[in-house]
Design a protein around this ligand. Structure first.
Ligand SMILES: [Zn+2]
Length: 383
C-alpha cells in the first residue's frame, strides 16, 4: 500500500512536470540524518513513447538534511596489532567485507569491490581522517560490512528507488556489524565502482559535498547496462495474477452491468488463454479498489483519452535509464462507453498494450487486431 501511494505521488509530480518526453535529470543522492541510511536517490526520468504510452517513473529527488555533529568517543582498543585512530568510529583498523550477489546475472562483482576497497585503503586517512584497511572475506556473518548487489532498491530509510544505500557513521555507537551496504547492480563497471566507493564513504563518516567531491557529490551520472524493455518480455510484472478494477461511475445506470460484464469477458479471454499469443502468466482477477489494482480501468466517454476511443498508460521502472520501462508497476486504461457492446474488445486490446506490452499487430490475438471491423468489436469475439 505504501509503495502504491508513493507511486501515485510520483504521478502527480510527473503531471506537474508536464510529462515531457525524454527528460533526464542526473541521479541524486541524499545522506541520512539519522546515521542509519545514506541513499542514492533515483532520477525522475519522464517519457511518453508511442505506441505504448510509456511513462517512466523513478524515485523523488530529496533535499539533503544535515545531521548535527556527534562528539566522537574514544574508540575501543582493537585486538589487532595496528594502532586504531581515535577518529575511527569502527574501533578497528582492519574491516572485513563480504559480497552478497543477488543479481544472478552471471557477472562477478569481486574485482569491482576490490577496486573500491583499494581506493579507501589508500585514501581513507586523507579524506575520512583515519586509516582503514579493508579485506574481502567470504563469510557474511563474520564480516564488518556486507555489500549487496541487488536489482532494485525500493527504499532506503524514507527514500524510494535509490541507487545505493549505506549508513552515515560518525560515532562509535552507530556502528552495526555487519553493516549492510546496498548497491543497485544495473550499472556498468565504472559507475558501480563509483557507487561502492561513494556508499563506503558514508560508512567512513563522509557526507555529500565532502572531499573527494567528485566521489561524494550528491549527484552523479551513472551508465547502466541496457536491460530488456518491458514490451519485449513475455511478462514484465513481478507477480501474477494481476488485479483489475473498473470505475463505471460515469457510465449511464442502464449500461453499468453490461459494461462490467464486458470487462469480465475481456479478462476471462486472457485467463482462458483464448489465443496462443497470450503468455502463460497472463492472469487477471477483478477487485473493487481502484487504488490497489494493478490494472485501473476507467470507462468514461468524456475523458481526454476516450476522445480517441481508448488508451493505456503503463507505469513502472526504468533501471537502465533508457527512457523505456523494463518492469510495470501498474497500468491505467481508459475506454469509451459510446458503444457499450464494444467495451470488452477495447479493454482486452488495451490490456494487451498496457499490461502485456503488445506493440505490433502480429503480437495481438487475432480477434483483437486493429484491423477488426466494428462488427467484430461488438460481437462475441471472445468465443
Ligand atoms: Zn550518498
Amino acid at each position: 500500500m505504501r509503495r502504491r501511494l508513493t507511486i501515485l505521488s510520483i504521478i502527480v509530480m510527473m503531471v506537474l512536470a508536464g510529462c515531457s518526453g525524454g527528460v533526464t535529470n542526473p541521479l541524486t543522492d541524499s545522506p541520512s540524518d539519522t546515521g542509519t541510511a545514506g541513499p542514492h536517490d533515483g532520477s525522475d526520468t519522464l517519457d511518453d513513447t508511442p505506441p505504448t504510452g510509456t511513462v517512466v517513473t523513478e524515485g523523488p529527488i530529496e533535499n539533503e538534511t544535515e545531521r548535527a555533529e556527534t562528539p566522537i568517543d574514544t574508540p575501543a582498543d582493537s585486538t589487532g596489532d595496528k594502532p586504531v585512530s581515535e577518529e575511527n568510529p569502527w574501533g578497528e583498523r582492519t574491516l572485513t567485507v563480504a559480497i552478497d550477489d543477488q543479481m544472478n546475472d552471471g557477472r562477478s562483482y569481486e574485482s569491482i569491490v576490490e577496486n573500491a576497497l583499494s581506493y579507501w585503503n589508500e585514501n581513507s586517512e586523507k579524506y575520512a581522517g583515519y586509516p582503514i584497511e579493508y579485506e574481502v572475506g567470504s563469510d557474511a556473518d563474520d564480516a564488518d560490512l556486507v555489500i549487496s548487489f541487488v536489482p532494485n532498491i525500493e527504499s532506503c530509510n524514507t527514500k524510494e528507488n535509490v541507487q545505493g544505500c549505506a549508513p552515515l557513521y560518525v560515532s562509535e555507537d552507530q556502528i552495526k556489524r555487519p553493516t549492510n551496504v546496498e548497491i543497485q547492480g544495473t550499472y556498468n563497471e565504472t559507475s558501480t565502482k563509483l557507487l561502492v566507493i561513494h556508499e563506503l564513504g558514508h560508512t567512513l563518516g563522509l557526507r555529500h559535498g565532502d572531499a573527494p567531491k567528485q566521489i561524494m557529490a550528491a549527484k552523479s551520472d551513472f551508465t547502466t547496462i541496457p536491460k530488456t524493455d518491458a514490451h519485449e518480455k513475455d511478462w514484465a510484472w513481478d507477480h501474477s495474477p494481476l488485479t483489475v478494477a473498473v470505475d463505471t461511475s460515469s457510465v449511464a445506470p442502464q449500461n453499468k452491468q453490461k459494461v462490467s460484464n464486458q470487462v469480465d469477458k475481456a479478462i476471462n479471454y486472457y485467463n482462458s488463454k483464448g489465443d496462443n499469443h497470450i503468455p502463460g502468466q497472463a492472469s487477471f482477477t477483478r477487485v473493487n479498489s481502484m487504488e490497489d489494482a494493478d490494472i485501473k480501468i476507467t470507462v468514461d466517454s468524456s475523458s481526454n483519452c476516450a476522445q480517441s476511443g481508448d488508451c493505456a498508460q503503463p507505469f513502472g521502472y526504468d533501471p537502465d535509464h533508457d527512457n523505456r520501462l523494463e518492469n510495470y508497476a501498474f497500468t491505467e486504461i481508459s475506454v469509451s462507453d459510446a458503444n457499450p457492446d464494444a467495451v470488452g474488445w477495447y479493454v482486452a486490446r488495451r490490456i494487451g498494450i498496457g499490461a502485456l506490452g503488445y506493440t505490433s499487430i502480429g503480437e495481438f490475438p487475432t480477434p483483437l487486431r486493429s484491423s477488426q471491423p466494428e462488427s467484430v468489436r461488438t460481437s462475441r469475439w471472445w468465443q
